[in-house]
Design a protein around this ligand. Sequence first.
Ligand SMILES: Nc1ncnc2c1ncn2[C@@H]1O[C@H](COP(=O)(O)OP(=O)(O)O)[C@@H](O)[C@H]1O
Ligand SMILES: [Mg+2]
Length: 257
Amino acid sequence: MKNEQGTILHVDNVTMRFGGVVAVNGANIRLRRGRLAGIIGPNGAGKTTMFNLISGVYTPVEGEIRFKDQAITGKSPDEITHLGISRTFQNIRLFEGLNVYDNVKMAASCRSEYSFLEAILGLPKVWKLEREVASEVEYYLDLVGLSGYEKVWPENLAYGLQRKLEIARALASKPELLLLDEPAAGLNPTEVQELMEIIRHIHKELDITILLIEHHMDMVMSICEELWVMNFGAVIANGDPESVQQDPEVLKAYLGS
Ligand SMILES: Nc1ncnc2c1ncn2[C@@H]1O[C@H](COP(=O)(O)OP(=O)(O)O)[C@@H](O)[C@H]1O
Ligand SMILES: [Mg+2]
């Protein structure tokens, strides 16, 4: 059943500055639960900063961010992950020295509820949880098309597969809101197409809210139900892809850049 009730994320009048640079300028976003939505805009528009603010990497200098009606402004990235927001990065970040399986397991077992003592005593409770984690890891690897790669080191994976692994890892913490920062960056057209299908499938299968930043306009236009357009830190347009595409302000922002 599609869960699309209410607003899962409020970004209210949020501003972020770095020295003299206003990276995000009084921005507002209201994201409905269950949406597959996107943020677009020229380079330097403030899109990644917006994700860094939502995921707790930065605290805004003005404004408030609410997730599931709870203020998360000023909370740490770990706290925010715990509340149900998970993300990927524009520049892939994976754990080197851990194989594909363990990269995802690490994120999945953050939720394990047993003590170190129970773990070394090897209690049945621990075995049961371990089995649950293992089947979850396999599930997420399968979802992104990485079954069979469990033992491979991430640095030996083709670039497109590293991107998929990052998504599997983000999913393993069971987010209600998944933030994807340019998931298709560096992929060839066939890989972009494939990734699009994977994102669509994840959205449907897991019934989660997804907000993605993307430069591939054809991808954004075909998979997103709603878009926000940023330029010079401000949200200059919001709506369905068709109306946003025809917005004079948006055309000006793109043609001018
Ligand atoms: N940590 C930082 N320190 C200084 N300036 C930053 C930092 N992060 C982002 N910026 C600046 O903020 C603006 C927006 O950047 P960013 O959010 O990365 O844009 P986008 O993701 O839309 O390309 C840019 O001018 C960028 O140089
Ligand atoms: Mg960016």
